[in-house]
Design a protein. Structure first.
Length: 270
């Protein structure tokens, strides 16, 4: 029964670039690893990868080598802080950013070989609403949207929620306010987005908390380290640990949903 335990797959998105998605992905992964979960982070910005840069790790091979048939997925895994494994993508590779739909499917199915050694897969989704973004989000069970206090952030988050709802039938989204000055500001951002979705879409949004603006995050990025690793007592680190406590209690998927998704064989087996 233990071998058949489903893998929790969390897509971290938001639509707009620059809202801190990659930082949240990396630090959430570390926080869950500190809780004893076996975690991998997929850098899903296949053409402009940056997770390895954020963590100061060197990847000799990446997903482009997997798709070309030069190696298997498990051969490109790189270990980061606290045992978190990173699935590195390519940087400056236009072909990877424009993969056809069938290669999206092949890439998603390739992750099944990691299922026995994994509890959580965090998918750090690229900005925008490309077909690749939609494919990775549709293949994930949990959609965590990162928003910040910028009009473009709310607008782009709404656009992606609308697309996922109307094109893919997704109706549940979790919202995290990032780089805010207070809990009140974070909840205000959530309510602003929620008012728009309630008016025009048939979706349910859940506010999962906020990560405050913290100079420690910028310092950690400059040092190419995760803030949980470099400044574990910082306000941002404490907030992300609180987020991990909530994520750790999210229910695991119980059955396949009838389309291409990560670790679907494990769901069938379970």
């Amino acid at each position: 029964m233990n071998k058949a335990k489903p893998v929790q797959v969390i897509a971290v998105s938001g639509g707009k670039g620059g809202v801190g998605k990659s930082n949240i992905s990396v630090n959430l992964g570390i926080a869950l690893s500190q809780k004893g979960r076996r975690v991998a982070i997929l850098d899903a910005d296949l053409g402009l990868a940056n997770v390895d840069v954020l963590l100061g790790i060197t990847a000799n091979r990446n997903l482009a080598d997997v798709l070309s048939g030069e190696c298997e997925l498990k051969e490109i895994l790189v270990e980061g802080p606290w045992g978190v494994r990173v699935v590195p993508a390519a940087s400056g590779n236009q072909r990877m950013a424009q993969l056809p739909a069938m290669e999206h499917v092949g890439l998603i199915k390739a992750f099944s070989e990691l299922a026995d050694d994994l509890d959580v897969l965090i998918v750090d989704v690229a900005a925008g609403i490309s077909d690749l973004v939609v494919s990775f989000m549709r293949a994930s069970q949990e959609l965590l949207f990162v928003v910040c206090d910028e009009p473009a952030s709310i607008t782009d988050a709404y656009a992606l929620i609308k697309l996922m709802n109307r094109e893919c039938g997704t109706n549940r989204f979790r919202i995290l306010a990032n780089q805010v000055r207070s809990e009140e500001e974070g909840r205000h951002l959530y309510e602003k987005l929620s008012r728009v979705t309630e008016r025009f879409l048939d979706v349910a949004l859940e506010y999962v908390g906020m990560v405050p603006f913290d100079e420690a995050v910028r310092k950690a990025v400059q040092r190419q380290r995760a803030v949980l690793d470099a400044y574990p007592r910082s306000k941002a680190a404490i907030a992300i640990k609180a987020l991990a406590d909530k994520v750790d209690k999210w229910p695991l998927p119980s059955e396949p949903r009838g389309h291409c998704e990560f670790f679907v064989e494990r769901l069938i087996e379970a």
